[in-house]
Each structure stands twice: as C-alpha cells, then as structure tokens.
Design a protein around this ligand. Structure first.
Ligand code: SF4
Length: 104
C-alpha cells in the first residue's frame, strides 16, 4: 500500500469510527421498561400487551392493531421506525401502545 493510499485508508476509517456511533445513538429503540412506554402500555411485541389493563387491544379488532398499521408510525429501518407520540425513539412495527390510531 502506498503512503497516499495508507493515509486515505486511515482518514476514511477514522471518519467512519467517529460517525457510526453518532448515527447508532441518533434514535434509540424504545424499551418496554422506559417510563413513557409503561405509561402508554407499549410493548415491542403487541401480543405481550396486558389486555386487562389495555382493553383497546382486546378482541378481534384489537388483535389487528400494531405500530406498523398505526397512523403515527413510519418505518425507516427493518421492523422499526419513529412514532410521533414518542419523539426521539424508534418503536417496533410489531409493537403496540394505547395511543394506537387507525390509518384513515
Ligand atoms: S402511537 Fe402508534 S406507532 Fe406509536 S407506539 Fe403507539 S401504536 Fe406504536
């Protein structure tokens, strides 16, 4: 490897090392243990929702509710995306919370 190529490689890998952690932390995945998740009844797997506490997800109509078909969700990564009700976090498309809004 020439000095120029070696220098270019070092600069490129250093830039990637500085950039990737920033991108990874730009939007965290919402954990079900997060206080806002608890308040909204959010679960990353909708079937884990306690329907005795959140009857909105009970029954046939409730069982068809997921973040992936909520009007407040926009998938941006495989299976995850931001939710306008929970700014700064990614929610799971397979998840659900009590704010679920049908797409009109
Ligand atoms: S508002 Fe919609 S997209 Fe956001 S967490 Fe609740 S069900 Fe999922």
């Amino acid at each position: 490897m020439s000095d120029i190529n070696r220098r270019t490689f070092i600069i490129a890998t250093s830039a990637a090392a500085l950039t990737l952690p920033h991108l990874a932390s730009a939007a965290e995945v919402l954990q079900s243990s997060d206080p806002i998740a608890i308040a909204l009844g959010y679960k990353a797997v909708a079937e884990d929702v306690d329907i005795s506490k959140f009857p909105k997800r009970a029954g046939v109509a409730g069982a068809e509710q997921f973040c992936s078909n909520c009007a407040l969700y926009k998938e941006t990564a495989a299976g995850y995306g931001p939710c306008t009700a929970i700014p700064g976090k990614l929610v799971a498309g397979a998840g659900w919370c009590n704010v679920w809004v049908p797409i009109s």
